[in-house]
Write a protein of this length. Structure first.
Length: 246
């Protein structure tokens, strides 16, 4: 392992950059034969949890969701996922959303398979059915142009329905693409860069970021980003949605 006293990671009151160089493993009951890096969590003031799990041969994630729903996205490798009586092989770019109160199992992974998870305590709505299990995959052809800017495309990975209180989207910035405005909003984000490099502005601080980095943005953390270099920059991000502001 390369030793260094340097990192791009920062943890502030309302945002954080977590680069992989500072990961420390957590043991999570039921998740065995793997490393679990808890990247975003309520311990830092967040209302979501984001982890990156790296499975070794024989590794398994077995459990049942309780208060929190979990979104599982395969970043690298492949594994078998069993949810709700259905078993599928998930490869990089494929995902499954597991609602509350649902058993799940991941096994038979290729070595070093990486799974990103987003967890959120589910807030039920009267008259709305609890969301059901949802399988899908990354697909740029399902990503409409964002705010009339041909350089920006967002694919929504979960149905845009009131029953869902979280969204997970993939945001692709073509070469030179940038957010059209500084966003200032009540929703919170957790994200991980899947490709490329960028400059992110968070609360008037400027950060170089790249594939593998994660970012937490608390509500009202100002945010702006531009792709950097000669390739698109792509991130997958969480957002809380569809509930009355308290
Ligand atoms: O959906 C969003 O709020 C998104 N445009 N924000 C972001 O990518 N920082
Ligand atoms: Mn935003």
């Amino acid at each position: 392992m390369e030793m260094s006293a340097l990192t791009r990671s920062v943890t502030k009151r309302n945002h954080a950059i977590i680069a992989p160089d500072g990961y420390i493993n957590s043991n999570v009951p039921g998740w065995t034969g793997c490393t679990v890096n808890v990247i975003i969590n309520e311990q830092m003031g967040a209302h979501l949890c984001q982890t990156l799990v790296t499975l070794s041969a024989g590794g398994q994630l077995l459990g049942k969701t309780e208060a929190s729903q979990i979104f599982f996205y395969v970043v690298e490798g492949e594994c078998q996922a069993a949810v709700g009586g259905e078993t599928r092989i998930l490869t990089a770019g494929q995902y499954v959303y597991v609602p509350v109160g649902q058993a799940y199992g991941f096994a038979n992974a290729a070595p070093d398979t990486k799974i990103l998870t987003f967890h959120k305590v589910y807030e039920p709505l009267a008259d709305q059915a609890t969301p059901s299990i949802h399988w899908g995959e990354r697909d740029l052809s399902k990503a409409p142009v964002y705010m009339n800017d041909e350089a920006l495309r967002i694919q929504e990975l979960l149905p845009n329905e009131l029953g869902f209180d979280m969204a997970v989207n993939i945001f692709t910035y073509g070469i030179g693409g940038n957010l059209p405005m500084v966003e200032t909003h009540i929703m919170e984000h957790g994200l991980m860069y899947l490709e490329g490099q960028a400059i992110y502005m968070l609360d008037q601080c400027w950060y170089p970021v790249k594939k593998g980095d994660s970012i937490w943005m608390a509500p009202y953390c100002q945010q702006w980003a531009t792709a950097m270099g000669q390739e698109p920059s792509v991130y997958i991000y969480y957002k809380n949605v569809n509930r009355f502001p308290t």
